[in-house]
Each structure stands twice: as C-alpha cells, then as structure tokens.
Design a protein around this ligand. Structure first.
Ligand code: PBG
Ligand code: ZN
Length: 336
C-alpha cells in the first residue's frame, strides 16, 4: 500500500505553533549576519541616507556609538565601505589606499573598541575615482584590468594593516583574487582572510547604494566587468576561478534575485559562501511596508530564511543593524 491521504496528513506536522517549533529550521542567528556600513570623514557625523531609510553615513565616533546595539545583539561582523571627501577623488582612486582615510581609521577604531567583532572591508575604487568606475580607465573607456588589480592589492594591504579580518574585493576584475593574495602574503598578512565578491552581477538593485556612496559611474555602466544576469555558466565560472586563485570565501550578489545561483554554487564548492542582500532589496521591502503592502518584519524574516535555505553561510545585510525589530520574538507572533 502506498502511503497517502487520508492516512498521511502533512498538516499534522505544522498544525500548532508548538509543533512548528519542533520541526522548523531556526532563523539564521545574528552571528551569521554582517552589517555593511558607510564611513566618511568628520568623526561625529551621522548623516541619514535617503535611499536607505534607517542607514547612515557615519563618522568614526558616531559609528562606534551605533555599533553598540548590534554588537550586543551578537552580529557576526561589520563590512566597511569608505567614502572620501569629494575633493580627494582622482582618476586612479589613490585615496582608497591612504592609511589615514576614513575606512582605515574606522577599522582601527572598531578593532580597538570591539576586538571580538570580525571586521570586513570592501576593496574597490569606484567611491574614490572621479569617473566612478571600479578601476582606472584605458583611453577607449574600458577599465584597465591589470592596473586595477595592482591598485586593489594596495587597498587590501592597507586595510589588512589597519586590522581588517577579511578583505573583500568587489571590482570583478580578472585575477584580482590572486593579486590580492600575493600582495597580502608579501606584506606579512598571511592570516588575513580573502572574501571574493566572486559572482557579482551587473544588477539594477545597487541604486540606493550608489546614492549612499555617490559612486555611480559618470558615463557608461558596469556591464563590461560585472557578471551578466543572462549568462549563468560564466557567472558560476567566476566563482570557480576565484576559488582556484585562493579565495577563502565566495559570494553571490545580489541575493534574492539569484537564489538559484546560490543553490547551484552551494553544490559545487566546499568553501563558505556569503550572500549580499543588497541595498535595492532592503529598500524594496522598506518601501512596500511604508505603503502598507506588507508587514516589514514578516517580509524581512521570510527573505533571510530564503537566503539561508538556498545555501548562504553568511548574509551581508543592512537589517543587521535593526535586529531588535526584526529577529526578536517567536515565529508564532509573525503573521505572514
Ligand atoms: C562597489 C560596490 C557596489 C556594491 C557593493 N560594492 C555597487 C556596485 O557595484 O555598483 C553594492 C551594494 C549594495 O547595493 O548594497 N564595487
Ligand atoms: Zn566598485
């Protein structure tokens, strides 16, 4: 006899909150969440970001204050994005490897104030170049791949020297992982982890971030280096190559529109995988909730579950600063 209805009734497993507690996987804990933050010159500054409600551009002192809550909640780490004064941008992005720039100062201050918190840094040039691309431009307007790799390696070394636990190149240049690993090892930073933004798509979901960072390309777009949404095989090769080049962690970005990529990558690698729940994904839920189109807490929880279920070990998410609101309480109280 094949087991089926009416003997089998799957609703028995989920009929009550008590039973659901027994069989449901837990929410990803705060220790799996990493908070991306923007740091700028001007130590006391705490400037609201219009496109990312609830997120700020921080001076170093203000960041230390606002970190207290998330650290007490037990977040897994911080991902630092540095912003230069507008006047310090140039065509090569040299301010990115200035040891006294906001990102490097923030890393030092955070490691001093919260030595047990893992500090990640974004390694890219787009916030530091006048043209807003992720590396220096060739005369034909394309990013100069190998020059970008050399510059990114200098940035990573300066972040490691400031005390970063994890450096994370996000420029999508060929060979950037190998270039960073070699430079880190030569600089005596063999213990610094390297998390590659290994499969990073040319996505329309980065808009709020680019407003926060004022890093939108002045002309053209990033499709000449970021992975194509419509080419899955090459997107997966990007992660495979970065693994071969010595990445310690891989990443899929964005997260929610690319859960299939995350799930496939999970089957192909034994490396830890991070998923970046990007600015547009955050802003989308904030906007929907503000317009009464859904319950913010329930939508956020469901989306974090989905990212975890698809195979992410770590989730880079702006929600990490709002865990009190998002994670507290039992699932029974959250009405989908
Ligand atoms: C820059 C960078 C971007 C993001 C992280 N690093 C923007 C881009 O590539 O255009 C996006 C993060 C987000 O949208 O939250 N290399
Ligand atoms: Zn960039």
């Amino acid at each position: 006899m094949t087991a089926g209805y009416p003997q089998v009734r799957l609703r028995r497993l989920r009929l009550t909150a008590a039973r659901r507690r027994l069989f449901d996987a837990p929410m990803p804990g705060p220790e799996k969440l990493v908070w991306p933050v923007f740091v700028r010159p001007g130590d006391g500054a705490r400037e609201p970001i219009a496109s990312l409600p609830g997120q700020y551009r921080y001076g170093v002192d203000a960041l230390l204050r606002d970190l207290e809550g998330p650290v007490r909640a037990g977040i897994g780490g911080l991902l630092v994005f540095g912003l230069p004064d507008e006047g310090r941008k140039d065509d090569t992005g040299a301010e990115a490897w200035n040891d006294r720039a906001a990102a490097q100062r923030a890393v030092r201050a955070v490691k001093r104030a919260y030595p047990d918190l893992a500090v990640f840094t974004d390694v890219c040039l787009c916030a530091y170049t006048r043209h807003g691309h992720c590396g220096p431009l060739r005369p034909d307007g394309q990013v100069d791949n190998d020059a970008a790799c050399a510059a990114l390696a200098r940035v990573a070394v300066s972040h490691a020297a400031a005390g970063a636990d994890v450096v994370a190149p996000s420029a999508m240049m060929d060979g950037q992982v190998a270039a960073l690993r070699q430079a880190l090892d030569e600089a005596g930073a063999a213990d610094t982890l390297l998390m590659s933004y290994s499969t990073k798509f040319a996505s329309a979901m980065y808009g709020p971030f680019r407003e926060a960072e004022q890093s939108a390309p002045q002309s053209g777009d990033r499709r000449g280096y970021q992975a194509s949404t419509a080419d899955l095989r090459t997107a997966l090769r990007e992660s495979a190559l970065d693994e071969a080049e010595g990445a310690d962690l891989l990443m899929v970005k964005p997260a929610l529109f690319y859960l299939d990529v995350l799930a496939r990558l999970r089957e192909r690698t034994a490396l830890p995988i991070a998923a970046y729940n990007v600015s547009g994904e955050y802003a989308m839920l904030v906007a929907a909730a503000e317009r009464g189109m859904g319950d913010l807490r329930a939508m956020v929880r469901e989306s974090l579950f989905a990212i975890r279920r698809a195979g992410a070990d770590l989730i880079l998410t702006y929600w990490a600063s709002r865990l009190g609101e998002i994670l507290e309480g039992s699932d029974a109280e959250v009405r989908p």
